[in-house]
Ligand binder design. Structure first.
Ligand code: GRF
Length: 217
C-alpha cells in the first residue's frame, strides 16, 4: 500500500461521531438510538457511553443489553448539582464524546455544563416547543390545556431550558379519548424516529445554526 493511501478502517475511525447519552428512566429513546446504530442507520454516530443518574433505571439495562458502557452518576450530598454534572462532563470528555444526547434526563443542566457542551448537546422533549417547555409532564399539560395537536421536539440545549434552536419536530393529534398514557405512547413512537434522525443529521455535519434557526445542509 502506498504511503498516501487511507485504509478504510482508519478513515472510518476518523469519521465516527462519539455520542454520550444521559438518561434517567426507562430508556426507550436510548433503545431506539442503539437499534438504529445496530442496523447502520445512525450514520457515522456511535453511542460510546451512557450516563444515568438513577439507580435501577431501565436505561442501564438497555445499555448493558447492547454492550455499551454505562455509568451510574448520582448526585451525592453535599455535592451540588453543578459539581455532580461537571463530574459527568469530565467523564464524557475522558471518553472523547463529541455529542451529548439527553434521552429522558430528568435534571436541569447547570449553566457550566451547558456552556462546556454548547452546540454539542441535544435534547428530546415530548411537546411542540415552545409550548409546554420546562415541564416533566408536558403530555399531561397538553391534555389539560386542550390543544388539538401536540408532538415532540429535538433541540439544541441552551441555558434557557427547552428554548434552544429547534432541530426537528413531529406532530401528534390529540384524540378525544386520549389520556396521559395513550397520548404519551403515541408521542414516544415519534420520538423514536425523530431523535436518531437528528443524531444522524448531526453526525453527517448537516446541521448549522443561523441566529436561532437550524439549517440543514
Ligand atoms: C421521553 O418522553 C422524552 O421526551 C422525555 O423523557 C421521556 C424519556 O423516555 N424527555 P425514555 O426513558 O427514553 O423511554
Amino acid at each position: 500500500m502506498s504511503s498516501g493511501t487511507i485504509k478504510p478502517q482508519t478513515f472510518w475511525a476518523w469519521t465516527v461521531l462519539r455520542v454520550g447519552v444521559l438518561a434517567s428512566g426507562r430508556g426507550s429513546n436510548l433503545e431506539a438510538l442503539l437499534q438504529w446504530q445496530s442496523s447502520g442507520a445512525l450514520g457515522g454516530a456511535e453511542v460510546v457511553l451512557v450516563v444515568c443518574n438513577r439507580a435501577g433505571a431501565g436505561a442501564l439495562e438497555v445499555a448493558a443489553s447492547h454492550n455499551v458502557e454505562a455509568v451510574l452518576c448520582e448526585q451525592k450530598r453535599p455535592q451540588t448539582r453543578a459539581e455532580a454534572q461537571m463530574q459527568v462532563s469530565a467523564l464524557l470528555e475522558e471518553r472523547a464524546v463529541q455529542l451529548v444526547v439527553l434521552a429522558g434526563y430528568d435534571r436541569i443542566l447547570a449553566p457550566a455544563f451547558v456552556r462546556r457542551w454548547a452546540g454539542r448537546c441535544i435534547n428530546v422533549h415530548p411537546s411542540l416547543l415552545p409550548a409546554f417547555g420546562g415541564s416533566l409532564h408536558a403530555q399531561r399539560d397538553a391534555l389539560e390545556y386542550g390543544v388539538k395537536v401536540t408532538g415532540c421536539t429535538v433541540h439544541f440545549v441552551t441555558e434557557d431550558v427547552d428554548r434552544g434552536p429547534i432541530i426537528s419536530q413531529a406532530v401528534v393529534s390529540v384524540l378525544p379519548e386520549d389520556d396521559e398514557q395513550s397520548l404519551s405512547a403515541r408521542i414516544l413512537v415519534q420520538e423514536h424516529t425523530l431523535l436518531p434522525a437528528a443524531v444522524r443529521a448531526y453526525a453527517q455535519g448537516r446541521l448549522s445554526v443561523e441566529n436561532r434557526r437550524v439549517v440543514y445542509g
